[in-house]
Design a protein. Sequence first.
Lengths: 328, 152, 644
Amino acid sequence: MIAAALLLPNWVGGHSALSSHGVQAARIESLWWLMFWVCSAVFVLVMVATGIAITRRTLPSGPPGPIPPQSRRRMTRTVAAAAAVTVLTLFVLLIASVSTGRAIASLSERGGPSIKVTGHQWWWEIEYDHPTPSRIVKTANEIHIPVGRAIKLELSSQDVIHSFWVPSLHGKRDLIPGHSNDIWIRADHPGVYRGQCGEFCGLQHAHMGLLVIAEPQDRFDAWYRSQLQTSALPMTPSQQHGRQLVESGPCALCHTIQGSQANGNLGPDLTHLASRRTIAAASLPNTRGNLGGWISDPQSIKPGNRMPPITMKSEDLQAMLDYLESLK
Amino acid sequence: MPASVARPEPVRLVTLQPGQALPALKTSGPYDGNSYGVNEGQQLYEQFNCVGCHFHGGGGIGPPLMDEQWIYGGSAQNIHDTIVQGRPNGMPSYGGHLPDDQIWKITAYVRSLSGQLPKPVAPTRTDELFPHPSEQAMEKKQPKPDQARHPG
Amino acid sequence: MSAEPIVPGLIAAPSEDADAEERRRLERTWEYARGLWGWVAEVDHQRIGMRYIVTALIFFALGGVEALMMRVQLAKPENGFLNPDLYNQVFTTHGTTMMFLFAVPVMLGLGVYLVPLMVGTRNLAFPRLNAYSYYVYLIGGLFLYAGFFLNAGPDAGWFSYVPLSGPAFSPGKRVDIWCQMVTFTEISSMAVAVNLITTAFKQRAPGMSLNRIPIFVWAMIVTSFMVIFAMPAVALASQMLPLDRLVDTHFFNPAEGGDALLWQHLFWFFGHPEVYIIFIPATGIVSTILAPFTRREVFGYLALILSLVATGFIGFGLWVHHMFATGLPQLGQSFFTAASIMIAVPSGIQMFCWIATLWGGKLRFRTPLLYVLGFIFTFMIGGLTGVMLAAVPLDLQVHDTFFVVAHFHYVLIGGAVFPLLGGLFYWFPKMTGRMPSETLGKLSFWLVFLGFQVTFFPQHILGLQGMPRRVYTYLPETGWGDLNMLSTVGAFILGLGALVFVINLVVSRVSGPLAGDDPWESDTLEWATPSPPPPYNFHPMPTVSHRAPLWHRSEDQPVITGLRSDRREFLMTGLLDAEPDHRQVSPGPTMMPFFLSLGTGITFIVGIFTPWALPIGAVPVAISLIGWFWPRGDQGHKILKEKS
C-alpha cells in the first residue's frame, strides 16, 4: 500500500470524543464524565462487596443447605436496599441523559449557511445551499464553517447508509437514502477537526474521512468568496497541456472543474482541489506526490473505490499535476 | 491519453465472407461470469448516461438494447467495439475516455439486458425507480449475427 | 415390579433381582441405535445435546480464528494482512458465527442436554423434532462456511444493513447465503424452544411444583419464550431480503415505496432479545454453579426468577437503542433510553442475590467458581457501559465505534462465555463420566480472564478516541496503533486460554479420573443418576419434595413405578404442581428427521439460485413428513420383544 502519510496532518482536536470543541460535544463530554464517575463508583462498591464476600471467614458449616433464616432476613433487607439505590441512581442518570439530549437538540440559529451533505461510497459531497444558484458552492470532503455560529447540515445519501461524525463537534447522524436528516453543529474554537464515516458502507468505509475547518467569520467569508470563483485559468504551457488532458481524458467523465469542459458529477468536484488539505476523503495529505500516486493508481491506496487506475506517460502526469495544483 | 488507445482488430459483423471459414466470433467478455463486474457495469451504465439515449434498455434516441436486434453485432466483442469506436448516427466514441476495463463491465451489463448472462450473475434491481423486470429475470434473446441491419 | 421406596441416586442393591431385570429391559428399550444408521437416526436428548455443544464449540473455534485474523490486521495502521474485501468477509463471518452458530446453539444445546435430567424425565417432549433441529442447524452452519471458503462469504456485517446488503450494492450470492443461514438457525432455535417449554412444563418429576423448578430450567423456559417471540422477526426479514435481491420486490427500496429503516427495525426487534437469549441461560448456569461451590442454596430464588422474567419482557422494548443515530424522533428515543436503563434493575438484583450467596457461603475455589467470579467482574463492567450506551447523547458519540465492540464483548464473553466455560467444566463429569483437570482448568481461566481484559479494555478507550468499527485499517496519525497492538496481544492470550480449555476437555475425556454420580455434591436432579447417565436417564424415576432435592434426601422419598419398560414411555405431569397425569409414548430412532432436514436444506439452499427450488424441495419435505407422521400399530412404537 502506497498510502504512507509523509507529513503530519495539521488537524487539531484529534478525533476524540473527549476533546470537544463544539457546544454539543462539550455537553456530551460532561455527560460522559458524570456517567463514568457514577458507574465507576458503583463498580467499586460491588467489587468491594464481592471481595469481602469471598474473603470473609465463615464458620465451617455442616452439610450444604439453605442460608440460615437470620442471615436471610438481613440479606433480604440489604438486597432490597441495594436495589432501591440502583433504581435511584439509574433514574438520576436517565434524567441527565434526557436533559443532555434536549440541550444538544435545541441548537439552531437563523441566517447561517445551510450545508447539504450527501454521502457516496466513499466520499462526502458538500453543497453550501443558497437561494441564488450562482452563490451555491460545491466541494468535497472538507467543510468550512464560521466559528461560534450554528450551522445546519442536511444529510442524505445517494447509495448506502453512511454516518456523519466529527467527534470534536457532535455525535453522529446517519445519512440514509430516501431520508433527509438535519443536524445543527457549532464549533466554539477555531481549528481543524477530523471526522469519519460512522456506519459500515462497504469496502472503503475505513477511508471515508472528512475535515471540518472552523475559522473566524472574515476568513470564512474570504474562503467562501474564493470558492465561488470559477476554476483558475491555466497559465503555463504545462498547465494548459494538463487541462487539455483532463478535459479529453477519463477525468472529465466523472469530475467537474467549473469553467472547463470537465462536467462529470460522479466524483468529487475538483474546481478548487488545491485549496483542500487532503485528498481521497481525508486519507492522504494533499501533496503533489500523493496526488500523482492517487491519479496513477487509486486502487492501491483505496482498493475497491470507484476511481479506476489511469495509465499515462509520466510527462503527461506531470502536466496534469501542474494544472491541478493551480486549482486553488 | 489520446493516441495511445490501441486499435482493436476489426471484427466481423456478419457470417458471410469469401474464401474459407474464419474462426468463430468470441461471444463472451471477461466479466460475463463476474457478478461484481456486471453490477459495476449496471452502475456505470447509469452514471455515464447511457440511459440518456438508450433509456433503461428500451431505447429512445438510441436503439433498444433489450431485444435481439443488433445493428452492429451482439457478441461481447462487437458491443465492446461499438462503445470504444462510436458508431454513425449518434453513438459517441468512448475509447479514449473510459478505461477498457470499465467498457468491458458495461458490455457485460448490456448483454444482461437481453438475458445473455447466466442467472446467478445477472444483476437484479437497483435501488431506483423500477423500469422493467430485473436483468436476472429477462428472457434470453439470442442475438443473431447475420441479422445485423439498419434500424427499421 | 418392586414398590419399595428407593432413594434416588443409589444404585439398587444387587439382590434386587426384579429391579435388575427392570433395568435390563429399560436398557434394551432405550438403547442407542448402532452404526452409522444409528448415529443419524438418534433421537436421544443426551446425544443430540452433546452434538449441539461440540458443533457449537467447533464454530466457536472457527469464529475465534477469524477474530485473531482481524486482530492481526488491526495490530498496526495500514497493515496489509487482509485486503478490505477479505476483511469484510472475515468480520461478518466472525459475528455471524459467534451469534448465530455458537452462542445461541450452545445455550440451547446445554438446555437440550440438561433440562430433561434436571426435571427428572427420560427424554424431551419431541425427540424427533430435536434431531431435526440439530440437522437444520448443522446444514445452516455448513452452508455459511461453504460460502466463506468459496469466496462467497457474506460481507455486509452480521446485521447486514440494507441498502448495502441489497441487490444494488451486494451483488452475487454472498448475502443470500447469509440470509438462508439465518433462516436455518431460526427454524432450529424455534424448534428447540418449543421442545424445552413443553418438557419443562409437562414432564417434571411429581412434586416439582413451579417454585421448585431449578433456576437453570427457569432460565431455559424464559429463553425459549423469548426465542419464540423474537425469531419470527428476523426470519421474516431474512426472507424479505432475498425476495428483494432475487425476485424484484421493493421492501427496502426507497424509490418504490420501501424503506431502508424497515430492515433495522425488523432485525433489531430480534437482535436485542437475541442477546438476552444468550445471556439468560448463562445467568441460570451461574445460579446453578453457586450452590455446590458455596454449599448454600442460592439466595433469593423468587427474586432471581422474577428478574429473569422481567428481563425477558423488558428485553423486547429496547431495540431502538441500536438505531439512535438514524434520526428518529426524540420522544421515542427517550422511551427506549428509559427501557434500556431500566433493564439494569433486574440484572442488578440478580447480581446482588449472587453476591449475597457468596457472602453466606463456604467457598470452594474450583474452576467453575472462578469463572463465576470472572463473570461478576466482567459482566459488571459490560453492564455499566451498557447503561452509558443507553444514554442517547453519549451513544451518538460512541455508536459504531470500538466502545460498543468492547461493551458487547464484555457482556457476551463476560456475561455468557465465562459462565458457559464454568458450566462446561462443571457438567463435564456428568456428561463424560470423568473429572476434568483442575490445574488445566485454573490455567485456562487465568489465561482467558486476563487475556480478555487486555484485549477488550483498551477498546473502550479506542472508541472514545474516535476509532469506528468495521474498519479494515486506520491512519497512522490517529495514534490508535499502540492500543490496537495491545489488544492484539491480549487476543492471542485469550486464544491460548481457550485452547488450553479445549485441551483439558479432550485429555480429560480420555484419561481423566472417573467421576462418580455426584463429584461436586450438588443439589439438582441430574446428579442423582450415574455419570454419564444411562439412555433412560433415571431408574427409578424420581419425585421431589424440595427445591434442592439432593440436599434433602429422605428415606421415604417416593419413586415412580408403573411405567412400562418394554416400550419408550415417560410420565406427563400437571403444569403448576407436577402431579402425575398420564403416560406418554416416546419415539425411538428414525431417519425421518434427517430426511426432512435434507428436504428443508434443498429448498432453501437451491432457492437462492432458482425459484423452482420451492416446488422441487416440497417433494422430499412432503415425503419425510408423511414418513414421520405415518401411524403405526400400538401407537407406532417399538415394543421390546423378550425371549422368555
